[in-house]
Write a protein that binds this ligand. Structure first.
Ligand SMILES: [Cu+2]
Length: 128
């Protein structure tokens, strides 16, 4: 009899864990609706891949004055990307249009507390 109770408790716990995991993955596209730019009219694409704990490039380049569809892909965990000093940010995955009128250099950081190497997840966005 005790075995059944133990089994039921373990099953409930496993289910709760699975439900939590699913929720974590669903938080992703929440920020994409705010942008006033039209993603369909973008001039180019920029794909940023985030993994534990780095972005796939140290430097990303876009052109000033162009609308660029910024796409985030998280590989192996949920990560984010934020462009420091702007409202541009994505968590988990998704695409937002971004546009910079002037050339310059911006810091890109992970904005999801993703574990031990989180604070080292940095890259540069160079606007040419
Ligand atoms: Cu992080």
């Amino acid at each position: 009899m005790k075995k059944w109770i133990l089994l039921a408790v373990v099953a409930c716990f496993a289910f709760a864990l699975a439900a939590c995991g699913a929720n974590a993955n669903n938080t992703s596209e929440a920020t994409s609706g705010e942008a006033s730019l039209d993603a369909a009219a973008a001039d180019s694409e920029l794909v940023v891949k985030a993994s534990s704990w780095e972005f796939d490039k140290k430097e990303y380049r876009i052109k000033a004055g162009e609308t660029v569809n910024l796409t985030l892909k998280s590989v192996g965990g949920v990560h984010g990307v934020g462009i420091v000093g702007t409202d541009y940010k994505l968590t988990g995955k998704g695409t937002i249009p971004v546009k910079f009128d002037e050339p310059g250099s911006y810091d890109m950081i992970c904005n999801v507390p993703c574990g031990g190497g989180h604070s080292t997840m940095k890259a540069k966005l160079i606007v040419e």
